[in-house]
Design a protein around this ligand. Structure first.
Ligand SMILES: NC(=O)c1ccc[n+]([C@@H]2O[C@H](COP(=O)([O-])OP(=O)(O)OC[C@H]3O[C@@H](n4cnc5c(N)ncnc54)[C@H](OP(=O)(O)O)[C@@H]3O)[C@@H](O)[C@H]2O)c1
Length: 243
């Protein structure tokens, strides 16, 4: 895939799961990568594994200053940002009557405001250079809700609305893609579920899942499209998933 060689690609949520899987594939394609997350020890290990085209920066996407610094350091180091993937996210599911307001706020700060900070940090740069690609990870839960997923789905529906509007506003200037994965085998959902979620869903470990590499492949498909081809929305599920 020659077209990704030397592309400057920033990935948030790159310390594990889908983001780390994409980093591994893209490094093999000779892209220039900037990996972001809070756990910089994981990023450091991954960057060392992937070679000299890979830089990492400790970033909390819930902090606007961190996201601004991520983009400005990428431009300082590599001269430009070709692709920003707003992929970081968390999913502490609960029912509304469990009253986990702190977790609602965490999901809004990371899954929603983190995406907005990414767009805000990179959009002027991409518009000025007349090209670029902004990608976000929503979820199948950005298309349908289930009891216990209200705030998580709320953030992922919002990402869908934000990205679609961004597409409308920037059509012909930059490309915009939203990826909607179904259940995927990552560290996601490893945290102990709330009692009601546990009762409603049982053991998430037993559900069929995509490999993280399948979602990474969807990202690579989107950013490899030529010229005026824009892959705007990609939904992918494990074939057995009913929701
Ligand atoms: N796995 C699934 O079933 C599934 C399904 C649909 C959608 N998704 C979406 O896929 C995306 C990636 O998740 P994953 O499945 O790969 O799970 P994961 O292995 O838990 O990865 C989540 C990533 O987000 C990062 N992150 C969390 N909070 C952050 C913050 N405040 N600032 C910066 N980075 C932060 C984590 O890094 P640190 O903890 O080091 O910061 C980690 O790298 C998420 O947006 C998620 O909503 C996942």
């Amino acid at each position: 895939m020659k077209q990704l060689k030397d592309k400057v690609i920033v990935i948030t949520g790159a310390s594990s799961g889908i983001g780390a899987a994409a980093a591994r594939k893209l490094a093999a394609l000779d892209a220039k990568l900037v990996l972001a997350a809070r756990r910089d020890e994981q990023l450091k290990t991954l960057a060392a594994e992937l070679g000299s085209n890979v830089y990492f920066q400790k970033t909390d996407v819930a902090r606007q200053a961190d996201v601004d610094a991520l983009i400005s350091e990428t431009i300082r180091r590599f001269g430009r940002v070709d692709v920003l993937w707003n992929n970081a996210g968390v999913m502490p599911l609960s029912f509304f009557d469990e009253g986990k307001v702190g977790e609602w706020e965490r999901m809004i700060d990371i899954n929603l405001k983190g995406v907005l900070y990414g767009i805000n940090a990179v959009l002027p740069h991409m518009l000025e250079k007349g090209s670029g690609h902004i990608v976000a990870t929503s979820s199948v839960q950005g298309h349908k809700t289930l009891p216990g997923t209200g705030v998580y789905a709320g953030t992922k529906f919002a990402v869908r609305a934000i990205m679609e509007t961004l597409r409308e506003e920037t059509a012909g200037k930059i490309k915009v893609t939203t990826i909607y994965p179904g259940l995927t085998a990552t560290e996601f959902g490893n945290a102990a579920p709330s009692p009601k979620v546990q009762a409603a869903f049982g053991d998430f470990a037993l559900y069929p899942k995509l490999e993280a590499s399948a979602v990474a492949d969807a990202f690579i498909y989107a950013i490899s499209q030529p010229g005026n081809v824009a892959a705007n929305d990609i939904i992918l599920r494990p074939a057995e998933q009913t929701i």
